[in-house]
Design a protein around this ligand. Structure first.
Ligand code: NDP
Length: 275
């Protein structure tokens, strides 16, 4: 049986084993998917043992995405631009491919929710690892403008500087947003919702055509989604679908077959007590 796993610390709460077991059932793939929690400085040793024992691929979550980036012997373009790896796959020549499926997961979930990106003005709030991983996949959707705003302004500019050949990505500030036109799509990639906080964005950037996305998910709608809905946003979507979609993308990288997200999303929504 082909072996897969997720590496993280802590790993107990990870939904990846549940998601991938459902994907395997659904696509009738013979595989086992476990969860591995190395010591915080023990990723390389644990991953080496996993692949030496015949492991075919793995997901990587906090805090090992940078370790996995360095562990890979080859990187996809999207992993290189993300500066982090959430998917490793053993190659035929024994090398290890490092990929990052987070951005593809976000884009897939937006499109699944009928949020168009092509020709749209997009605001990314936050400039951490999650934001960075999604920029290239968003630009590849031919958005007309991608602005990044972050509490620490210099970090937004650092991300923009990764794309010297793209004219349609720029950094902005919360103050400058006061004078901005409403955005078609507003993505909150900060961890603010985890502590029930709102990033300081003005209400004027939202109108009835705006779709908002919060990468955080909760049993209840996040404070950001509630706030956006109160401002009349057309749609408010949380990050549960992104979680499932990035997993589906990893599964496709490993197995060459793309599972459907619907059944898994339904099960996760049930487990979270949302339906
Ligand atoms: P990082 O720690 O790398 O970055 C955190 C970001 O949030 C920074 O931009 C930080 O700003 C900002 N921030 C934190 N608190 C506040 C606040 N109170 N007000 C304004 N900005 C704030 O984290 P990640 O980028 O890796 O992850 C961000 C979130 O995305 C996490 O909650 C994570 O769970 C979620 N996520 C969800 C995924 C999914 O599949 N649904 C996938 C990946 C991530 P500053 O730079 O100024 O500190």
């Amino acid at each position: 049986m082909d072996q897969y796993a997720v590496f993280g610390h802590p790993i107990k709460q990870s939904k990846s084993p549940f998601i991938h077991r459902l994907f395997a059932e659904q696509t009738q793939q013979q595989l086992e998917y476990g969860a591995i929690e190395p010591a915080e400085d023990g990723f390389v040793e644990a991953a080496t043992a996993f692949f030496n024992n015949g492991g075919k691929g793995c997901n990587i979550t906090m805090p090992f995405k940078l370790d996995a980036y360095h562990f890979a012997t080859q990187l996809t373009e999207r992993a290189r631009m993300a500066g982090a790896v959430n998917t490793l796959k053993v190659l035929d020549d024994g090398g290890i491919l490092g990929d990052n499926t987070d951005g593809a997961g976000l884009v897939a979930d937006l499109l699944l929710n009928h949020v168009a990106l092509e020709g749209k003005r997009v605001l990314m709030i936050g400039a951490g690892g999650a934001a960075r991983g999604t920029l290239l996949p968003l630009l590849e959707q031919n958005v007309v403008m991608l602005q990044i705003v972050n509490r620490t302004t210099s970090k937004a500019q650092d991300l923009v500087d990764l794309f010297p050949n793209h004219q349609n990505i720029e950094a902005t500030t919360f103050d400058a947003l006061e004078a901005a036109e409403p955005f078609d799509v507003i993505i909150n990639s900060t961890s603010a919702s985890m502590s029930g906080e709102l990033p300081p964005i003005p209400t004027s950037i939202i109108n009835q055509y705006s779709s908002v996305y919060d990468m955080v998910y909760r049993q209840e709608p996040t404070v950001f989604i509630n706030w956006a809905k109160q401002q009349g946003a057309a749609k408010g979507i949380d990050g549960l679908g992104m979680l499932v979609a990035q997993a589906a993308e990893s599964f496709a990288v490993w197995r060459g077959i793309r599972p459907s997200m619907r059944q898994v999303l339904r099960e996760l929504n049930k487990n979270l007590g949302r339906i």
